[in-house]
Design a protein around this ligand. Sequence first.
Ligand code: G3P
Length: 217
Amino acid sequence: MKFFVDTADVDAIRELHALGMVDGVTTNPSLILKSGRDILEVTREICSFVEGPVSAEVVALTADEMIAEGRKLAEIAPNIAVKVPLTWDGLKTCKVLSDEGKMVNVTLCFSANQALIAAKAGATFISPFIGRLDDINLDGLELISDIRQVYDNYGFDTQILAASIRTANHVTQCALIGADVMTAPPAVIKGLANHVLTDKGLEQFMKDWAKTGQKII
Ligand code: G3P
């Protein structure tokens, strides 16, 4: 499973990139707001060191305007994936831009049917939002599983990009289900290293090592 980082915080991306953990980046208008930076400038900086797909989202609501915004965003770098919302106009945009050879990430997906029509419109990535379904007492992981089955049934090559990932368990389950990609905030990715038994075991090793009175260096 590929790891994308869901942030426009360049320092956080650089830290994970240095560990080989960044197969791509996803941003959205809320994350651009959080970064406090200009969308074109920050996206350009991210693309200067991230080799994989970097999603940059359009903000217009009509297809014509979305297509224009998407073309402008795609000019930033060859690895831009234009992110469009899962609306009818977003799907029109997806078809036009994907026919032009651009990567398109269709976002705000909350049903298997939405994922199906996004694939038919030529989406490179479909972004189902797990956490936001869980927030309203639905099962976000079940959606990932359903989309996996639908895409496998018909051989769609649209990649399932599991988004709105909030917990380590979301990551585990997405990997077990077979999501192609998961995108998570840096804190969730860093948290994957944590285990209570690792902490406990390390504490014991440190105590015992101190008793040996030895040094390695
Ligand atoms: O990738 C989508 C993500 O940014 C949404 O996450 O936690 O705001 O639902 P969240």
